[in-house]
Write a new protein. Structure first.
Length: 210
């Protein structure tokens, strides 16, 4: 079931234009490491046999393809964040545009708190596929569930694949809204730290049964 869900999520994000030119990658934690999308295969053509299971040191445990070039990023996030069960990395257009300006998303809207803090930070730049990028990603997402990667894209983690997927989509939505404000020349009115504390308190009970 996990493999089919991973493929369905990747294909849906690709159809939205969030994974251009086979970019981005998704993974699920497994008992031995993580299951990740492969390198260089169009998402529309993926089958469960194309996915790759890796140990946290990058050793391939199962699969006939090379794992995504960003496997180190996934491995280091899973090692640093034991609560993370899924990771979604996209190159969605508006969030990626912000990342190329190396701008974080400030608390202009209360949904920023969905990522776990008062902003959605933008991490430092490093070449894709490198250990340096993995380290930058771990630092950027510390204390958060989502971040931007400078000149690169979006990273979102979750306790479930559906949660990580929804968060990656919301980061793109927030980035689009923020860019619309900036393009109109309207300075966003940011929520105060006290207002964000109240928002996060509301989120703790959001969506739970009464």
């Amino acid at each position: 079931m996990g493999a089919e869900a991973l493929i369905a999520a990747a294909q849906a994000l690709d159809a939205l234009g969030y994974m251009p030119s086979k970019s981005g990658n998704l993974s699920l934690r497994t008992p031995g490491g993580f299951l990740i999308t492969p390198s260089g295969i169009p998402y529309a053509a993926l089958t469960p046999d194309d996915l790759v299971e890796c140990a946290l040191d990058g050793a391939v445990l199962a699969g006939r393809h090379r794992p995504s070039s960003e496997w180190r990023l996934h491995a280091d996030i899973y090692a640093a964040r034991p609560e993370a069960q899924a990771l979604v990395h996209t190159h969605s257009p508006h969030a990626t545009a912000l990342s190329c300006a190396r701008r974080s998303i400030p608390p202009f809207h209360y949904m920023v708190a969905m990522a776990g803090g008062d902003d959605i930070p933008c991490g430092g730049y490093a070449t894709f596929g490198t250990a340096e990028l993995a380290q930058a990603a771990v630092a950027a997402i510390a204390g958060r569930r989502a971040c931007l990667l400078a000149n690169h894209g979006v990273l979102a983690i979750g306790a479930t694949l559906a949660g990580a997927d929804a968060l990656a989509r919301e980061v793109e939505n927030l980035a689009r809204e923020y860019l619309l404000l900036l393009a109109a020349g309207l300075p966003p009115v940011l929520l105060t730290p006290e207002e964000m504390v109240a928002v996060k308190a509301q989120f703790r009970g959001y969506g739970r049964p009464a």
